[in-house]
Design a protein around this ligand. Structure first.
Ligand SMILES: [Zn+2]
Length: 381
């Protein structure tokens, strides 16, 4: 099976804490989308990137031989082992330790080769933010559906039918009571149905670990449904789309996915604003590369917000967690030796993951630009 958000999260945590026992970790990310000519292009690209990077590293012949074996392994995976449904593949190899991990994703990854003492986990951290499952609640007066959706598609579908469609209730509801009472009773039954769907929604959110839901309903029904929901569940409905009886489930899910993406972007904008307000002494906001690194070294970062496109080379210490954007021979924090890294911001992401911080990824957020492309919410205390 391809990787679910939960599996990716577990692998990511393990990788973020890993360090090469051999000369280095080989990290390869590659797009395996059917739209690309990847079977032809990817191996050529990987070989030439590998040669460029290993040349820059000035490796010993033995180290280069070990890494070449790691690359050959990745090329074999590409050749024989990629599922048709996979669109992006990340492979992490430390051949000297016999370690390999791969993550298959439903969207493209940038083609990239990284050879560093630590696995390059940032692309997977970004992917995880998009993989998060969500729930769609399609609600009507008597016939509703709850869908658990992840990036691969609909993972679970529960249909809930209102009580008066059940034969015994229908008999009493339709004929034997006067219209007025029938209407009153119908309202009560609708209410009962809403409560049943609400309970199902609460349970599905809890069981799946999904944090966001989309409500698909006519306006009037949506407000009636929201009224019966506990505040905690109502708060997780982050978007609403109109009910269209003619739409297929696929079309509805596509509309819901778009609504979730917009809601997520709005959340990231609000998060950046909140961090901005919390900057300064006594506040819970921190911004900019150096200050965020300082907060990470004090284990203070609860949530890290990073701009998807903020990627700069830098140096990191081989002995401690220091990372910097300018070249130094010796670590200013501990005096240890340093090594160049292709993505210094990725090192901040790694530290946050190791410390169980939440990593959020934003794009096109002016407030985040003002914050220097990387910012965080600090823990209490
Ligand atoms: Zn150091």
């Amino acid at each position: 099976m391809s990787d679910s958000a939960v599996e990716v999260k577990e692998k990511l945590k393990e990788l973020a804490g890993a360090r090469a026992t051999g000369p280095a970790f080989l990290t390869v990310t590659v797009s395996t989308s059917r739209l690309d000519d990847w079977r032809l292009v990817a191996p050529v690209f990987l070989r030439s990137e590998f040669n460029r990077v290993t040349k820059e590293l000035n490796l010993s012949r033995e180290d280069k031989r070990l890494l070449q074996a790691d690359l050959d392994h990745v090329l074999d995976v590409l050749k024989y082992d990629v599922r048709p449904s996979t669109v992006g593949l990340a492979v992490f190899v430390d051949g000297a330790a016999g370690y390999e991990e791969r993550i298959e994703l439903p969207f493209r990854l940038m083609n990239r080769v990284v050879i560093e003492p630590f696995p390059h986990v940032r692309p997977v951290a970004h992917a995880l933010s998009l993989l998060e499952p969500f729930v769609v609640a399609r609600v009507s007066r008597d016939d509703s559906t709850l869908l658990l959706v992840d990036e691969w598609g609909v993972a679970q579908e529960d249909e809930l039918v209102g009580p008066w469609l059940r034969s015994s209730d229908r008999e009493t509801g339709e004929q034997s009571i006067k219209e007025y009472y029938a209407a009153a009773r119908q309202d009560a039954l609708v209410d009962l149905h809403f409560k049943e769907v609400g309970a199902g929604l609460a349970k599905l959110l809890e069981d799946s670990g999904a944090r966001r839901a989309v409500l698909c309903a006519q306006h009037e029904i949506a407000s009636g449904f929201r009224r019966v929901l506990p505040a905690a569940v109502a708060g997780m409905i982050v978007a609403q789309i109109p009910f269209d009886a003619a739409a297929t489930t696929g079309q509805m899910v596509a509309a819901a996915r778009l609504a979730i993406q917009e809601a997520r972007h709005d959340e990231m904008v609000a998060l950046a604003d909140r961090i901005k307000e919390g900057l300064g002494r006594g506040g819970r906001g921190v911004s900019g590369f150096d200050d965020v690194l300082g907060a990470l070294n004090r284990h203070q970062v609860l949530t890290l917000l990073v701009d998807r496109n903020y990627r700069v080379p830098g140096w990191r210490c081989l002995e401690c967690n220091w990372v910097g954007l300018v070249a130094v021979d010796r670590c200013p924090a501990c005096g240890g030796s340093t090594t160049p890294v292709a993505d210094a911001v990725g090192e901040l992401v790694r530290l946050a993951i190791v410390q169980n911080g939440q990593v959020e990824v934003g794009e096109n957020i002016p407030a985040l630009d003002e914050l220097g492309g990387v910012a965080g919410v600090l823990r209490y205390g």
